[in-house]
Design a protein around this ligand. Structure first.
Ligand SMILES: [Zn+2]
Length: 344
C-alpha cells in the first residue's frame, strides 16, 4: 500500500471541494478528493478519531462531482486505509521518524542553539508565566528563513553532531542544494515562537510553532518535513513540565486542554496543580489515552474550546462524543467543561 498517492492540500493546491488549504486530501491522479468540510455531493465516512470526512469525485474540470451520488468501487475502498484521514500514524511509515529519545536529543540541541526573542518573551510573560517558568519550559524563537542564514548554520551544526541519517528522520529539517551545487541542511516552518511538545518522560517529541504571521494555516502547527519528503510530526499529546516548585502530585484527576501553550500555562498557573495534557484539538483525543493511562488518571476533566459549539464545526460534536465514550469505556470518570476562562 503506497501512502504517497494521497496528497495533503496546500495553499498552492487547495481543496477542490471546499477551497481551503489544509486538512483535506486528494488522490494523486486527481480523480478523488477527501474533503473534511463539505458534505454535499460526497460520500460520508468516519475516520478512526470518530470525525467524519467526505469522499468526492472530481470531474475533468477539477470540480466536485456532477450531482450523482458517489459510489466507490473496491479498488478505491482498498486504498482508503492508506489515506491520511485514517490516522496520521498510518500515513507516516514509523521507520521514517526517529524514536522519542533521538527526537528529544536533536530538539534539545536545536533549542540550545536558538534564543528567545524579547517580543516572544513579553508575549509569554503577558500570559502570566514568570521568567523562571519561561526559562524552565525552553521556549525559543525560530528566526526567519534566509539571510543571515541562522537556520542553515544551526541545522548544519546539528548535522555535524548527529549525522545526516538522524537529521533526515527528525521532522522540521530538510536538505537543500545551493546554486553552487553544494548540499546543505535547513529548518522548515514559518518564523515564530517555538513551543516544545513533551511526552510523559519529559522528552521533547515535537516542536510547535506559533507563527508571527500565521496566514491561512492555523495559529499553531508542528515543525514537519512532510512537504519535503521527510517525516511528519504525528499528533503527539503534550505533557507539560510540572511547575518548578511543584510538590509531588498523585494525579487522580487529570485536565485535558486544547493547545500546547495553553497546557503549559495551565500547568504553570493552576493553584491546584492538577496534572494536565494538551491535545491539538478535539479530533486528536486519541493521543491523550496512553498518557492518561501512564498518569494513572481516575477522573478526566476535558476543557473544550468554545468553538466546539460553533455550528460550522460539526465534526467537533462527533469527536467529542467519541472521546467521551472512549473515556467511559476505559473506566475514567469524564467531565467536560467549556474552556472560557483560560488563556488561548
Ligand atoms: Zn475540503
Amino acid at each position: 500500500m503506497n501512502n504517497s498517492e494521497w496528497l495533503d492540500v496546500t495553499p498552492a493546491a487547495p481543496c477542490q471541494i471546499c477551497g481551503k488549504d489544509s486538512w483535506c486530501t486528494r488522490l494523486l491522479d486527481g480523480r478523488w478528493g477527501i474533503c473534511r468540510r463539505e458534505a454535499a455531493g460526497g460520500l460520508a465516512k468516519i475516520d478512526c478519531n470518530g470525525v467524519p470526512y467526505y469522499i468526492h469525485r472530481i470531474d475533468a474540470y477539477g470540480r466536485s462531482g456532477c450531482g450523482a451520488p458517489v459510489q466507490i468501487g473496491r479498488a478505491l475502498a482498498q486504498r482508503l486505509p492508506a489515506l491520511g484521514v485514517a490516522c496520521e500514524s498510518n500515513t507516516i511509515p514509523p521507520a521514517e521518524r526517529a524514536d522519542d529519545a533521538t527526537l528529544s536529543a536533536v530538539y534539545n540541541a536545536l533549542l540550545n542553539d536558538l534564543r528567545l526573542d524579547p517580543r516572544h518573551f513579553d508575549d509569554l510573560a503577558r500570559r502570566g508565566l514568570s521568567p523562571a517558568e519561561i526559562d524552565w519550559r525552553q521556549y525559543r524563537t525560530l528566526p526567519p528563513n534566509g539571510a543571515p542564514w541562522i537556520r542553515n548554520e544551526v541545522a548544519g551544526r546539528l548535522a555535524d553532531r548527529f549525522g545526516d541519517d538522524v537529521l533526515a528522520k527528525v521532522p522540521g529539517f530538510k536538505r537543500g542544494t545551493a546554486a553552487t551545487g553544494r548540499g546543505y541542511w535547513t529548518i522548515t516552518g514559518k518564523a515564530g515562537l517555538l513551543i516544545p511538545v513533551r511526552n510523559v518522560k519529559a522528552e521533547i517529541v515535537a516542536l510547535k510553532i506559533r507563527p508571527d504571521e500565521p496566514g491561512d494555516g492555523g495559529k499553531y502547527r508542528a515543525l514537519s518535513s512532510k512537504h519535503h519528503g521527510g517525516p511528519g510530526p504525528g499528533q503527539p499529546a503534550h505533557v507539560p513540565l510540572r511547575p518548578i516548585d511543584a510538590a509531588p502530585c498523585e494525579g487522580r484527576t487529570v485536565a485535558v486542554v486544547e493547545g500546547v501553550l495553553k497546557a503549559d500555562i495551565v500547568a504553570a498557573l493552576d493553584p491546584a496543580q492538577v496534572p494536565c495534557i494538551g491535545i491539538d484539538g478535539c479530533g486528536s483525543w486519541r493521543s491523550a489515552l496512553p498518557i492518561l493511562r501512564d498518569l494513572g488518571a481516575h477522573r478526566v476533566n476535558y476543557y473544550i474550546d468554545p468553538d466546539a459549539t460553533d455550528p460550522n464545526h460539526p465534526q467537533v460534536g462527533s469527536a467529542l462524543k467519541a472521546f467521551w465514550q472512549a473515556l467511559k469505556r476505559e473506566g475514567y470518570e469524564p467531565a467536560i467543561a467549556l474552556d472560557t476562562g483560560r488563556a488561548a
